[in-house]
Write a protein that binds this ligand. Structure first.
Ligand SMILES: [Zn+2]
Length: 332
């Protein structure tokens, strides 16, 4: 039986002040609770809770019959106060850490519902604890057992262009055992576009098929290089994903476009089965879609080519406008 920690409503309220929690019991009137130094208490509670959590055994001594006061904690999210305070939020839609954490909670619930993984936390060995930090490096999600660290690029966060929904998608849908980077990144980018309140990184709010079409028109060789590994388990995906900026962008845009094509045409349920496939991935296309991998790829390519065309000049002015709007000097 999966381990769950039951804590009282009062502890949860204090703990949730700065952090965020999911629970399946109703808590009333917690906005009315008056506590001084709520954030400090929340951190203390979090630390205390973390140490208690480490000492928990499978059984616990909490009474089982007082449902009004007992809450099942399924995950926690936090951004430490000093991290929040280190950011200049003048150009951000988030004015308080609570607003930000609420947004994260919304992404967790909307994304997990859409990908049919509402009990996503059960894939972690213990209650997942998501800690969000801001650094001047690439946005990335790292999982160590039940501890999940999301680093968001600080400048992007300050200018409302951080891939928050994208990284949350990686928490909900972990990479499959047989890594398929294009399905992982394609799905996360698709989910960001669908649920995110800001433009996706790499497509910058442009339709992924339209941008893929632009790459095909101007950079056919690079397009074909990346196209050949999309939707496979080919190890070169990692090379393109982590490689030089240009191929990296084509990799993300094509992955996004492929996931969008599969999900919009055949539905999320089959896409999730494809993503989680444990036998031959190439054969799985036929099993799920009744079409060979090559047929699927060729249909997808036709969708790209029939998308509206965009010139490089139009692309450049779109980026310029977008970064102006977010008050961010490109390349700063
Ligand atoms: Zn990603």
């Amino acid at each position: 039986m999966k381990k769950r920690v039951l804590i009282t409503a009062l502890s949860l309220i204090l703990y949730c002040t700065l952090t965020s929690c999911s629970f399946n019991a109703h808590v009333e009137d917690y906005d009315d609770l008056e506590v001084d130094n709520k954030e400090d208490i929340a951190i203390d509670q979090a630390e205390e809770f973390a140490s208690q959590e480490d000492n928990e055994s499978e059984e616990n001594d909490y009474p089982e019959n007082s449902e009004d006061e007992m809450i099942t904690l399924t995950y926690t999210v936090k951004m430490l106060e000093n991290v929040w305070e280190s950011a200049n939020m003048e150009n951000s839609r988030f004015q308080t850490s609570e607003e930000f954490i609420n947004q994260v909670d919304y992404y967790i619930s909307a994304i997990s519902e859409f990908v049919l993984k509402e009990n996503w936390y059960e894939q972690y060995p213990d209650i997942p604890s998501i800690e969000i930090s801001l650094q001047n490096s690439v946005s990335i999600t790292t999982v160590r057992r039940n501890r999940i660290y999301i680093n968001l690029n600080k400048l992007a966060f300050e200018h409302d262009l951080a891939p928050i929904a994208h990284e949350i998608a990686h928490v909900i849908v972990k990479s499959s055992l047989y890594r398929t980077e294009s399905l992982d990144e394609g799905l996360a980018s698709y989910l960001h576009e669908r649920f995110g309140d800001n433009p996706t990184v790499h497509t910058w709010g442009i339709d992924a098929h339209v941008l893929a079409n632009m790459f095909f028109s101007y950079y056919e060789e690079e397009y074909n290089t990346v196209f050949s590994v999309i939707g496979t388990r080919d190890r070169r995906q990692e090379e393109y994903m982590l490689g030089e900026q240009f191929l990296r962008q084509i990799f993300y845009v094509l992955s996004h476009s492929f996931a969008k094509y599969l999900i919009d045409t055949y539905g999320i349920e089959d896409f999730m089965k494809l993503h989680d496939a444990t036998n031959s991935l190439i054969d799985e296309y036929y099993v799920l879609y009744g079409k060979s991998f090559d047929e699927i790829k060729s249909e997808w390519h036709s969708v790209i080519l029939s998308s509206p065309s965009m010139s490089l000049e139009e692309y450049d002015s779109h980026l310029e406008e977008l970064f102006d709007k977010h008050n961010w000097q490109w390349g700063s």
